[in-house]
Design a binder for this molecule. Structure first.
Ligand SMILES: Cc1ncc(COP(=O)(O)O)c(C=O)c1O
Length: 372
């Protein structure tokens, strides 16, 4: 049991609900739940179980270690490592029953070596770079690699996929359409050679929500699973419920007279006599140091109150106003609802110039996650 008065509440039911909504929208395409980066800060095993309960049939991670941890947690669903593991990591991929992504010849060789002697071939997915230019084989190279995979008895060509760069920007829909067309062209070239993957996939959350042609055989959703739209413009396409709330208890309360300054640098001074609450959460927990300066708000007593002064490593200050009845032990909501008010991860993100992904992934491991 945690004795810290700062915590994140994670609602498994919300993740299950979101998975159901995404599965429904995906139609005949399967849902792969992306649970990398500690389940986008929520907790990977809990997120995986909740998503599988809602209809997801696949899981995706960034790191072999993340896949190993899910297996240790008893999760047996098909699990794709979304980038090519280093050759030295392929035996670990095999040992944990993970599916590697491959986009180099070195990767094909390493996967085949690691799979030698297995009772059944190792299932691999070839990643094509169709325009994101992060990782993946060029379309021509992907055809050669997929052929090489198909020729290796130790390997099974299970998937051919790509990743979108701008699916969350409806004004750039042509780029996404071109990426889908490029992937389909690779698949068609391979089909001409008699080589066919079991699954063709491309869509992330934004691809599923905004680009019906991109749904193909499987969609890989991360952010939407956690109840957050990939971009504010894509909110409302399906009913998404945010799964995470971030809360703390007020640890100290003091009156400040007009003109008295507070926190490091004394860069904020009370504009009038007021009551300031101290909340035991800081940048070591994932709240940006500049959150107050950038207009960040929290909820105390059902009211939106400004975070003031510099956020420190473990604590921040909130201007509750002169008449505030705030007391030590009161609940402070940094993300989530209190009464009729809500602070969303997107509101937080926009104040500090980032995206909701970074807000939830940025919550540090010292914030206990309480699942319900
Ligand atoms: C290859 C790949 N597929 C799918 C996703 C999920 O993206 P999103 O969280 O936008 O749904 C990611 C996340 O970055 C990814 O890297």
């Amino acid at each position: 049991m945690s004795v810290r008065f700062t915590w994140a509440e994670v609602d498994a039911g919300a993740i299950t609900h979101n998975a159901r909504e995404l599965t429904r929208l995906a139609g005949r395409a399967q849902l792969l739940a992306v649970v990398k980066a500690f389940g986008y800060g929520h907790g990977a095993a809990g997120a995986a179980e909740a998503a599988l309960a809602g209809g997801a049939t696949w899981l995706g991670v960034a790191l072999v270690e993340e896949g190993e941890a899910l297996r240790r947690a008893g999760i047996t669903a098909p699990l794709l490592v979304l980038s090519e593991p280093r050759p030295s990591a392929m035996p670990a991929v095999v040992a944990s029953g993970l599916r590697p992504t491959i986009y180099t010849e070195e990767g094909v060789d390493a996967a085949a070596r690691a799979a030698a002697g297995l009772p059944s071939p190792l299932r691999v997915h070839v990643k094509v770079d169709t325009g994101m230019h992060r990782v993946g084989a060029t379309p021509d190279a992907a055809v050669r690699l997929a052929q090489a995979v198909a020729e290796r008895p130790e390997l099974h060509f299970e998937g051919l996929f790509t990743h979108f760069a701008v699916a969350d920007q409806p004004e750039l829909a042509e780029h996404t359409a071109a990426q889908v067309a490029s992937l389909r062209q690779v698949a068609a070239s391979l089909a001409g050679l008699g080589v066919r993957p079991d699954l063709l996939h491309a869509a992330n959350s934004a691809g599923l929500l905004a680009h019906p042609d991109a749904r193909l055989d499987l969609v890989r959703c991360g952010i939407a699973l956690y109840g957050l739209a990939p971009a504010p413009a894509l909110a409302g396409v399906v009913d998404l419920r945010p799964a995470l709330s971030l809360k703390a208890e007020v640890s100290f309360v003091k009156p400040l007279a007009a003109g008295e300054a507070a926190s490091y640098g004394l860069c904020w001074a009370a504009p009038a006599d007021t009551v300031v609450a101290t909340v035991p959460i800081g940048y070591a927990d994932g709240v940006p140091r500049s959150y107050g300066v950038r207009g960040g708000r929290v909820l105390i007593g059902g009211r939106r109150c400004p975070v003031v002064g510099t956020v420190t490593m473990d604590q921040l200050l909130v201007d509750c106003g002169q008449e505030s009845p705030v007391e030590r032990g009161d609940e402070c909501v940094l993300i989530g609802r209190q009464g009729d008010e809500e602070v969303t991860a997107w509101e937080w993100a926009e104040r500090v110039g980032t995206i909701a992904y970074e807000v939830v992934c940025g919550l540090s491991s010292r914030v206990p996650r309480l699942w319900s």
